[in-house]
Design a binder for this molecule. Sequence first.
Ligand SMILES: Nc1nc2c(ncn2[C@@H]2O[C@H](COP(=O)(O)OP(=O)(O)OP(=O)(O)O)[C@@H](O)[C@H]2O)c(=O)[nH]1
Ligand SMILES: C=C(OP(=O)(O)O)C(=O)O
Length: 211
Amino acid sequence: MQWTLVIPLKPLARAKSRLAATAGDGLRPGLALAFAQDTVAAVAACAAVRDVVVVTDDTLAGRELAALGARIVPDAPGEGLNAALRHGTAAVRAGRPEVAVAALNADLPALRPLELARVLDGAAQFPRAFLPDAAGIGTTLLAAAAGTELRPVFGTASRARHAASGAVELALDGVDSVRQDVDTGEDLRAALALGVGPRTAAAAARLLIAD
Ligand SMILES: Nc1nc2c(ncn2[C@@H]2O[C@H](COP(=O)(O)OP(=O)(O)OP(=O)(O)O)[C@@H](O)[C@H]2O)c(=O)[nH]1
Ligand SMILES: C=C(OP(=O)(O)O)C(=O)O
């Protein structure tokens, strides 16, 4: 089965605010862009993915991610993450109503295409399924099969809320790169230990120089 992935991305100047202690205002937007670029590049290289949509109002990120093959959908609702995901999914299904969709965070710089394919193959067994983040509190991926609404409830404690919404939690080993979102400096260290993509590696090296 082939999936359309929908990736939400905040305007870079406001993104990754919890990384303020790790990356100052001058470097954080570039770091957030690097995370998104490495995420989108890995998604585009995944055999289970048919296409990638990024929901963002950020002009620079839109240009850079389009160059990696993403279709850019403006965040027309402007009402936060879940509204952006509903909007992106509706834009996809307006053209192709029978497509399977999965929402994925833009902050997965260690993402590996083969691990993403394993998660999507697992999700294909259920109408709605999700993958908890590395911390075990949030969610990095929420999938909906053809004909099923996504019904995203990302945000605080979204693992419990996605479970309560009836989505099946995927119990998979060996998919750490899909779980490793980066919210804090500690998360960034964990992602670097897993091995990040080239843009994040370069941006993280700039952090060390600026230290
Ligand atoms: N399009 C869009 N994406 C969003 C919005 N809010 C969050 N996101 C994206 O949703 C994903 C998960 O959000 P977070 O992990 O909290 O990232 P963040 O909001 O940049 O991080 P903090 O500022 O530290 O909360 C990331 O890919 C964000 O860029 C929004 O209002 N619109
Ligand atoms: C939006 C989410 O991410 P985070 O906890 O990284 O903000 C989530 O886990 O639902």
